[in-house]
Design a binder for this molecule. Structure first.
Ligand code: GLA
Length: 389
């Protein structure tokens, strides 16, 4: 059923689906302010995987003309355009112009990450006395779901109704033992682009065997439209503690106060202020790539982070139900990737704010559990609000 909806979109080529309005996008642009534009979703073919599977690119546009392009492959946000303080629209996420770029090499640009966002030490964990072996794809550890994680599969996508704006539902069943994880895992991720310039990620999963799950979204932001690196962005993290890691970025198990360290973002400060490579407190890669322990009750939506870029005036707030946030300052970007519009992604050209449970939780008894049992429902929500300051 889902596939037939999906296929009919492909057959039709570029299809404009609208919420409460049938005007195509081009017409909306001409609408006057008295007649507020309606949010829309359009879709078009975006190439083929080596398996022959067709990839579709969806364009979500809200009532203010804020536009997110998202593809079925990896649930990847390929472009996200918002206005700066002068009303100029810029693309504020990193990525490639075409599917081929994502297939050749990608540091998880814009993708859904699963089954386990972040690292699992040595790719091993034990459930019910059985040790599971996962792919070891990152200096001796398992990272971001393995060699073919949720970022590298073609999802079933359909538009779902939303009172907030427009929404797309990404669905798939990750089969038992996929990438070494036990249990058939039914996963649904809903992306909602709100008319209040919010992007919401809502994740649900159920399993038929005891397993572990930790889903996140790996968009790289550059609020200055990739015109410079991200060191002048000001970040606030609502966290009094962070998780120190060893030289392979595996938590030591300690939760350490940020006070008096370069990890203190409790008051908004420029990313570049204390990031210097000489600073031995930062792990390999020379920069931030750590999980912060969010203050407040992780069950409620709470403010986790803010980011602000002074040249453009763009700002974003991140709210989540998750207990942690991985702040990654793009340390491994080194100028070898040429991204959209020929822009070379030099060192620290993008940052990620990956809401999640803590890294290596399956092996860390004191961390909040990432276990999921049959009959339980995994459900987390993260919301990003974009505005001008
Ligand atoms: C995550 C990790 C980083 C790095 C990037 C992708 O954020 O924490 O160490 O692997 O993904 O390059």
């Amino acid at each position: 059923m889902k596939n037939s909806i999906f296929n009919s979109l492909l057959v039709a080529g570029i299809v404009a689906m609208t919420v409460g309005c049938s005007a195509p996008k081009s017409q909306e642009k001409e609408e006057t302010t008295e007649e507020m534009a309606k949010a829309t979703i359009a879709s078009e073919p975006f190439g083929e995987l080596p398996t022959g599977e067709k990839v579709t690119l969806f364009t979500m546009t809200n009532a203010n003309g804020v536009e997110a392009k998202v593809m079925s492959y990896g649930g990847i946000i390929t472009s996200f355009k918002t206005p700066d303080k002068n009303g100029n629209m810029d693309d504020i996420v990193l990525g490639y112009d075409n599917l081929q770029g994502y297939l050749e090499t990608t540091p998880y640009f814009g993708a859904i990450i699963g089954r386990y966002g972040n690292r699992i030490a040595k790719g091993k964990f034990t459930i019910d006395g059985v040790e599971y072996d996962l792919a070891v794809n990152n200096i001796g550890n398992h990272l971001h779901g393995g060699l073919a994680g949720f970022d590298k599969v073609n999802w079933n996508v359909k538009e779902v109704p939303s009172e907030k704006g427009v929404a797309l539902e990404f669905k798939r069943t990750s089969p038992d033992m996929e990438e070494g994880y036990p249990g058939n895992l039914d996963v649904t991720v809903v992306y909602t682009l709100g008319d209040d310039n919010t992007l919401e990620f809502d994740y649900t999963a159920t399993t038929d065997k005891n397993t572990v799950v930790n889903l996140t979204q790996h968009s790289y932001f550059n609020l200055n439209g990739s015109k410079s690196d991200i060191l002048d962005h000001e970040i606030m993290l609502n966290a009094d503690q962070f998780i120190p890691v060893d030289e392979t970025l595996i938590p030591t198990g300690e939760l350490r106060p940020v006070a008096g360290t370069p990890f203190d973002f409790t008051q908004s400060k420029k990313i570049g202020v204390e990031i210097s490579a000489e600073n031995q407190q930062l792990a390999y890669g020379g920069g931030y790539d750590h999980c912060w322990v969010l203050n407040d009750d992780p069950k409620e939506m709470m403010l986790a982070a803010t980011a602000y870029e002074p040249n453009s005036g763009r700002a974003m707030d991140v709210y989540t139900t998750e207990p942690g946030i991985q702040f990654y300052s793009g340390n491994f970007l080194d100028g070898t990737i040429t991204g959209k519009n020929g822009v070379v992604y030099n060192h620290r050209y993008g940052f990620c704010l990956e809401t999640q449970h803590f890294p290596d939780s399956p092996n860390q008894e004191s961390f909040p559990t990432t276990n999921l049992a049959p009959g339980e429902t995994y459900h987390t929500t993260t919301l990003m609000k974009f505005y001008i300051k």
